[in-house]
Ligand binder design. Structure first.
Ligand SMILES: Cc1cc2nc3c(=O)[nH]c(=O)nc-3n(C[C@H](O)[C@H](O)[C@H](O)COP(=O)(O)O)c2cc1C
Length: 260
């Protein structure tokens, strides 16, 4: 089975593509409680985006809370990961290994796949140019086919693009991201909002509700405190109306498609 998390759809696309090729069920981890999860299939695959050269906190918490019976079944079969990044993983593979080791599990194989960048919050970071976006998208299918073939043939390997200064980036920046990466109260919308509700539907953790504004006789998004910083709400907006303070004012948008 393949457990995945995705914000703007890249990781879902990769999980689905590999899942279809190797005949494993694809489950959004936000929809299957780790306490109740039952192991199915011939291997456990994990697919998720890289966040600040690390593993998204939601994935770490999920693995920590997997029930013992699932873990016992997972022990006997291969465990592999595909880390879907804009550019590089840093030492996220080691981070994942440590989390798995705490449950007595060992990573059998792993790959990183470069996909269009969706990080836009900090100054200096933006989506890729159209040309880079298209180049990355055109390579993903082939990469998924290669990974699927290796999984089918049990050719297990580790092939991550960790990038330069990987240890430093993961050790220094990831903890800052966890602490200061997102302030949910900074999310909002501009006058361009047309109350379509796409942001609320795209939020993988249901952190956005459309709340009715009596004065305008329309509903507008309201963000709760449970933001995973996936940026789906920002990128999916057809009017570029979702904003994170002033940080996203001049930034681009990228949305592959549904995230589950
Ligand atoms: C909060 C956040 C942090 C990110 N950090 C990194 C990073 O450290 N390295 C990288 O290559 N990409 C980084 N990205 C880009 C995503 O990993 C990349 O765009 C990924 O394909 C998104 O997957 P998704 O569409 O499944 O959400 C980051 C994205 C977000 C939202």
């Amino acid at each position: 089975m393949i457990l995945f998390f995705s914000g703007t759809g890249n990781s879902y696309h990769v999980a689905k593509s590999v899942g279809d090729s190797i005949g494993e069920v694809v489950c959004p981890l936000v929809d299957c409680s780790p306490e109740d999860l039952t192991y199915t299939g011939n291997s456990l695959g994990l697919v998720f985006p890289i966040y600040s050269w690390g593993v998204p906190p939601i994935v770490i918490n999920y693995l920590k809370n997997l029930n013992d019976s699932f873990v016992n079944d997972a022990l006997r079969k291969p465990i592999w990961v595909i880390m879907v990044c804009g550019d590089e993983t840093g030492k996220a593979p080691d981070m994942l290994r440590k989390v798995l080791a705490k449950r007595g599990l060992t990573l059998t194989a792993g790959w990183s796949v470069q996909a269009p960048n969706n990080y836009v919050i900090l100054p200096g970071f933006d989506v890729d140019s159209k040309q880079v976006e298209e180049e990355k998208l055109s390579k993903i299918k082939n990469l998924c086919d290669i990974i699927s073939r290796k999984l089918n043939n049990r050719e297990f390997e580790f092939n991550f693009v960790e990038g330069p200064l990987a240890r430093l980036k993961t050790k220094l920046v990831y903890p800052l991201f966890k602490r200061w990466g997102i302030f949910p109260s900074k999310w909002g919308y501009t006058d361009a909002c047309v109350s379509c509700g796409k942001c609320a539907s795209a939020c993988p953790v249901g952190n956005i509700t459309m709340s009715f504004n009596v004065k305008e006789s329309k509903s507008f998004p309201q963000w709760g405190d449970n933001c995973e910083s996936c940026l789906a709400c920002y990128h999916v907006c057809p009017r570029h109306a979702v904003k994170y303070g002033n940080a996203t004012r001049k930034k681009g948008q990228y949305y592959f498609g549904p995230n589950k």
